[in-house]
Design a protein. Structure first.
Length: 465
């Protein structure tokens, strides 16, 4: 069926807009304008031939599901009996007491109506620990009503904001549920059903099982297509949801992503080059070629890193990626920092990956303040962590002590560090503060070892009264 559209003056002047559009501007796609994604999105599964979460990186997998023609690009296709998408559990969609929005485009091949809301006839998305009174939340159409279902020990089944809905089969509908200050509202095709809004303030119990798209509790297997599944940590407003609806098949403007978003290179001796680490630049736009203007290294120690190879040219096809290889060759001891930056015409340019060249050994935190302590009294201990970043060699520790202006005011209360720390291992040092007099007191925790950046130090502060 044709996507819902809304008259837009930009279409009339589309040629002019294409000439002057900046990287912040929405894109023109097939006579419609993609809309910029609303803020506070934590997960976005577009279903464009992959199960990637292009917002939060919580990638899933297909279980008997396939892909079909979506509202925007492709969509997840479900058979109504055994197909779903599974995503590993994550705390970010625990929901709890927070405001949120969940929205999907749904296209029903058939619609179940058992007459029993508890059967979860048609599930869009859910996170559940199992049947009965176990922790769960589910967004579904069941017994002819759209509802947000929660349950958990001591709560019992709740079917919130029940909203009558009879979808037209083989037609795309934008369906959403929002929670704003305890009030749940169902949205159908950009319109809130305020008549069925319901206030329910009991916290949503956090499930510990995988999130699923297209089923929950082994029930409600969706028959049809689900597209553009999103979760936000705020209640979207009318302008946000209507913008998504009005964008139709153009959808939300999709990003280019550089992954991994950060990487820490193992320690190297000065002048020695590491093996290369590969980064991928992915164009997640459905139908728009990404125009790449520059890929470079920037930041404080950019000269300590090098792009050794890349497959990225000046353009990148829709839903394609290219590779960039980066090496690390420190020019000085200690931690080295830079960024790999890709500049292009995606709405979210530039894409940045943080680069870190680790020292042989590190002490964290680098500073600590014990606050105000009565003279002669001892503070509670603060913990410091010594890390051997070397991949093969043990760290030989010669001494742990204190320096600075008032070293006698600080003591090691306990430590798990011995004379040798294995490669890629950590140990802890607990330090207390006993001010010898009133006023500001300072010292330096110092670890002496055979790393090339020895000694590792942490600045200590405290006040006696």
């Amino acid at each position: 069926m044709p996507a819902p559209t809304k008259s837009n003056p930009l279409v009339v002047a589309s040629a002019f807009v294409l000439l002057i559009s900046s990287w912040l501007s929405p894109r023109i796609i097939l006579g419609q304008t993609c809309t910029l994604p609303p803020n506070n999105m934590i997960a976005w599964w577009p279903g464009d031939g992959h199960t990637h979460d292009i917002q939060g990186g919580h990638n899933g997998k297909l279980v008997n599901a396939t892909y079909g023609t979506g509202m925007v690009g492709e969509a997840f296709s479900f058979n109504g009996s055994s197909a779903f998408v599974q995503v590993p559990n994550n705390r970010v969609w625990g929901l709890g007491t927070e405001d949120f929005t969940i929205d999907v485009w749904a296209n029903f091949t058939s619609v179940r109506n058992s007459g029993d809301i508890g059967k979860l006839d048609n599930v869009f998305i859910g996170d559940d620990n199992g049947p009965n009174d176990q922790n769960k939340w589910v967004f579904a159409l069941s017994a002819g009503v759209l509802t947000f279902h929660i349950n958990g020990p001591g709560i019992g089944p709740q079917w919130i904001a029940q909203t009558p809905f009879s979808p037209t089969v083989d037609t795309w509908h934008l369906l959403a549920v929002t929670k704003a200050s305890g009030t749940y509202t169902i949205w159908i095709d950009g319109v809130p059903s305020t008549a069925t809004s319901q206030t329910y303030n009991t916290p949503i119990p956090r499930p510990t099982a995988p999130l699923t798209i297209g089923e929950a509790e082994g029930l409600g297997y969706f028959d049809g297509l689900i597209d553009e599944v999103e979760i936000f940590t705020r209640a979207l407003g009318t302008s946000d949801i209507q913008a998504i609806f009005n964008a139709g098949s153009a959808g939300k403007c999709k990003p280019a992503i550089l992954s991994p978003s950060s990487f820490s290179f193992a320690p190297e001796s000065v002048g020695i080059t590491s093996k290369a680490e590969t980064f991928a630049l992915t164009n997640y736009q459905n139908a728009t070629t990404l125009n790449i203007s520059n890929i470079e290294l920037v930041g404080a120690d950019a000269g300590d890193f090098a792009i050794s190879a890349k497959t990225c040219g000046s353009t990148l096809k829709p839903l394609a990626n290219c590779k960039i290889s980066v090496t690390f060759a420190p020019t000085a001891i200690g931690q080295r920092n830079a960024q790999l930056a890709a500049s292009d015409d995606a709405y979210n340019t530039s894409q940045i990956a943080q680069l870190k060249g680790l020292p042989m050994a590190g002490l964290a935190p680098s500073t600590a303040n014990f606050g105000t302590v009565k003279t002669g009294a001892t503070s509670k201990a603060l913990k410091f962590t010594l890390t051997n970043n070397q991949t093969a060699a043990a760290l030989n520790i010669a001494a742990i002590g204190f320096g600075g202006t008032d070293p006698a005011d600080f003591k090691v209360g306990s430590t798990t560090c011995s004379s040798q720390l294995p490669a890629k291992s950590k140990c802890s040092i607990s330090v207390t503060f006993t001010p010898g007099s009133s006023g500001s007191r300072s010292g330096v925790l110092t670890v002496t070892d055979d790393a090339n950046n020895s000694p590792q130090q942490a600045q200590l502060q405290g006040t006696g009264r």
